[in-house]
Design a protein around this ligand. Structure first.
Ligand code: TXA
Ligand code: MG
Length: 322
C-alpha cells in the first residue's frame, strides 16, 4: 500500500526529494490532476513511471519545470512561445516546443520525438521541482486508460501497490488536465483542450489556434486515443431524459425528465459554472461509475470555455473501447 504524506507537513518535501533522487516515482498534486512524477533525466525513473501506469512507451510525457528559465534549458522558445509562457505559467498550459537535446531530458520521456511538452505547474508541485532542481516527467497518476485522479485517495486506490509514495495536497482546483498547444514559430495548434480555454490563448497570442479539419482535436498528441478515461459503465451524452436505473450527471438548473428514476445523481454545477463543473468532473464520473448498472446519463454541457475540455473528456469516456 502506498504511503500518503500531507504536503503541509514540513518533512514531506525532503522525503519526496530523496525518493526522486533514488529514481522512484512519486505521486504529486498539481492544479489540474495528480501527476506521477519522476526525474525526467533518469532513464530508470522514467521506465518506472511507464511500468506503474501500464502505459505504452510511444506516448511521450510532459516535463514539468519550476520556471521559464528551467524551460529554456530544454526547448527552443519562439517569441510567441515566450509570450504564452509569460501569460499562463505557472498554470494549466503545456507548450510543445522543439527539444534541446543537450538539456538532459531523456529520450524515454519524449518517446524519441524532436519536440518536448513543457509546463510550469502551480503550488506544491512547483515547490517540489525547485527543491529537486531538475524537470519532473509526470503523466496523470492513473493506470493507463483510466480516469485521471483529482484526489490523493483516487491515486492510492488506482495505483495501490504499484507506487510507494503519494503526496496529498487535497482536491485539484482545475480538475481537467492542461491544455496542450504545439508552437511552431508563429503557428499554434491545439493538441488537447484543457484547463486554459482556447479563447484565452487566442487573446494572449493575438491570433488563431489551429484545430484539425473535423473540428475535433483527433489523435495529434500521441496519447490522445479515442477511447480513454474509460469508466466501466456506458455513457450517454447530451441526455435530455433519464432512463430507469441510470446514474445522472446533471449540469445547470434545468431539470431532465425522468430524473426520479436515476440510481444516483449529482450536479456538476447547479449554477451552470463551467469551472466548477471541470473541477468536479473526474470525481463525479468515478462515483457515477460505482453507482449504476444501467449506464450514466450526462446532461448537455455548453462547448465554450472550459466546456471544450469537459466535452472532450466525456466523449473519450463514451467512445467504444478499442
Ligand atoms: O495537466 C496535465 O497535463 C497533467 C498534469 C500531471 O500535469 N499531465 C498529463 O499528462 O495529463 P499525460 O501524460 O496524461 O498527458 C500528456 C499528453 C499525452 O497525450 C501525450 O501524448 C502528450 O501530452 N504529449 C507529451 N509530449 C508531447 C509531444 N512532444 N508532442 C505531442 N504530444 C505530446
Ligand atoms: Mg493521462
Amino acid at each position: 500500500m502506498a504511503r500518503i504524506l500531507q504536503v503541509q507537513d514540513p518533512e514531506t518535501i525532503r522525503v519526496a526529494v530523496e525518493a526522486l533522487r533514488r529514481g522512484e516515482p512519486v505521486a504529486m498534486p498539481t492544479e489540474t490532476v495528480y501527476g506521477l512524477a519522476a526525474d525526467a533525466t533518469h532513464p530508470a525513473a522514467i521506465t518506472a513511471i511507464y511500468e506503474a501506469k501500464g502505459r505504452p512507451r510511444f506516448n511521450p510525457l510532459i516535463a514539468h519545470v519550476s520556471d521559464i528559465e528551467m524551460a529554456r534549458a530544454h526547448a527552443l522558445f519562439s517569441p510567441l512561445a515566450e509570450r504564452l509562457a509569460q501569460a499562463f505559467w505557472p498554470g494549466p498550459l503545456t507548450l510543445v516546443l522543439p527539444l534541446k537535446t543537450d538539456g538532459g531530458i531523456h529520450e524515454l520521456a519524449t518517446a524519441g520525438l524532436a519536440t518536448v511538452g513543457l509546463r510550469v505547474p502551480q503550488g506544491f508541485a512547483r515547490t517540489l521541482i525547485s527543491a529537486f532542481g531538475r524537470p519532473l516527467a509526470a503523466p496523470s497518476a492513473n493506470r493507463s486508460g483510466r480516469i485521471s485522479p483529482t484526489s490523493a485517495g483516487h491515486v492510492a486506490e488506482d495505483l495501490k501497490d504499484r507506487i510507494d509514495l503519494v503526496l496529498d495536497g487535497g482536491p485539484c482546483k482545475v480538475g481537467v488536465e492542461s491544455t496542450i498547444i504545439a508552437v511552431d514559430g508563429d503557428k499554434l495548434t491545439l493538441l488537447r483542450p484543457g484547463g486554459v480555454p482556447v479563447e484565452a490563448i487566442e487573446e494572449a497570442a493575438h491570433g488563431k489556434v489551429r484545430r484539425n479539419e473535423s473540428g475535433e482535436t483527433g489523435i495529434i498528441a500521441p496519447g490522445m486515443m479515442r477511447s480513454h478515461y474509460a469508466p466501466e459503465a456506458k455513457l450517454r451524452l447530451n441526455a435530455v431524459d433519464v432512463r430507469p436505473g441510470e446514474a445522472l450527471l446533471q449540469f445547470g438548473a434545468e431539470p431532465l425528465s425522468g430524473e426520479e428514476q436515476a440510481s444516483w445523481a449529482r450536479n456538476l454545477s447547479p449554477a451552470g459554472d463551467l469551472r466548477e463543473a471541470a473541477s468536479n468532473l473526474f470525481s463525479f464520473l468515478k462515483q457515477a461509475d460505482g453507482n449504476t448498472k444501467a449506464g450514466i446519463a450526462v446532461a448537455p454541457i455548453p462547448l465554450e470555455g472550459l466546456g471544450e475540455a469537459i466535452n472532450d473528456r466525456l466523449s473519450r469516456a463514451a467512445a467504444p473501447r478499442d
